[in-house]
Write a protein that binds this ligand. Sequence first.
Ligand code: ATP
Ligand code: MG
Length: 466
Amino acid sequence: MTVRLTDFTLRRTLLAWLLGPLVVLLLLDVAVTYSSSVRYSNEAYDRALHEIAREVCLHVRYDGDRPRLEMPPGTERLLMVDQDDRIFYKVVAGDGSLVGGDPSLPAPLKLYDGRPAFYDDMLGKERVRMVAAHMNCDEREKHETVLVQAAETLNKRNRLAGDIRASVFIPQLLLIALAAIVVYYGVARSLHPLQLLKRAVSDRSHLDLSPIPTTGVPGEVRPLVEEVNELMLRLGTTLNFQARFIADAAHQLKTPVAGIKAQIEVALREQNLGEMQRSLAQLYMSADRLSHLVGQLLSLARNEPGAVESLALQRLDLNALALEVTMEWVPEALKRNVDLGFEGDQPIMIKGDPHRLRELINNLVDNAVRYSQDGGHVTVRVGGEAQPQLSISDDGPKIPVEERQRIFERFHRLLGTHTDGSGLGLAIVSEIASLHKAQITLEEDVDGIGNTFTVEFPTPDSPPPG
Ligand SMILES: Nc1ncnc2c1ncn2[C@@H]1O[C@H](COP(=O)(O)OP(=O)(O)OP(=O)(O)O)[C@@H](O)[C@H]1O
Ligand SMILES: [Mg+2]
């Protein structure tokens, strides 16, 4: 038999645990009642059977030492009279010879002197109750004892045992049936709040993330409901955030797409080849900006806090990686007349995802180079005695103190920033930093001009190889 997990319900488990022992109790009760009913009915009738044996004994006479039974037919009839059962007796002398009675009564197997033995036996094919005792039938003279046996069929005993059983068993059966009903309805009633809870949840719209009321919820289940409420709260925040982000992203995409459309229309109307080429060049730049925006949006989605699973952490040299990325920026820096420098001379080992860290450095260097003035200086530094550190300094316009927090928000750009940008770079940097459990800080440069972005990485657990 296979048990599916869905078969498991609290109701079934509770019923099994409560009703199971009740059924075992009932079976035990049947066994005990049966054996006691037989014992009590035997106790009641054995005494009468013993009396019959004693009565038979009163009719034993002695010829010298030889016993003989002198049972008047009237007395015998009186002794044998019973409405329900047939009665038998037998008297055997000490030497084993039959003194009187029914010779077909089987001899007892074992007897203890002086005490009558009561036992069940077979007479032919019929079950009988027997009493057998060695008796001294003439107390005035000392004769050898005779063995007196009396037997009777079991009809009245069976009837009495049956009556006892019925009188004990039926009320008990009723009691257990009542207990079973009470348990069944008690369990159903106790589980009713869970049914209500289930209905409250299933009746909800998938948009309703308000907390499930905990009034009337059993104490054992309340922590679970509270946890679900907590989860819904977090889910609500995430969904709101996502919805806002999609709206913002759509809004951000709408403007460049509309611009591109307008530029295409202008280009289409243009008759002059030179003008058309100018329009196409502008169009190319707009498409480039759009593609940058789409790239930043994808990068943001890739580095969401939930992306931990796709994080490919490995031991790497931050110094080498930062140098490599900085070198790639040299042509752009030269184009913008910015002096791009690098400081860092020894391997700094961290645990990180190389592709994501490359994105982080790219965004910070991009900002530093892009927002620096003509002839500005940008320095990428890698170091950190106690903790691995990467910092990018520029001598461009200082980011006001009150904006230092907000520039990490999505789509937030400083007022008066004329250079192109989607406002997502620092949001991506901050997501990547938190995926690496790194701290990012922004300070104004040591000389009071420009800005320094510093990313502080956690120390890798084990020392660098080699
Ligand atoms: N080094 C910097 N110097 C001066 N201002 C900066 C610097 N870095 C960022 N900013 C300001 O912070 C804003 C947000 O930067 P962020 O990198 O998030 O977006 P972006 O550069 O505008 O666009 P994107 O990086 O997505 O192309 C910028 O628009 C700019 O105003
Ligand atoms: Mg940027």
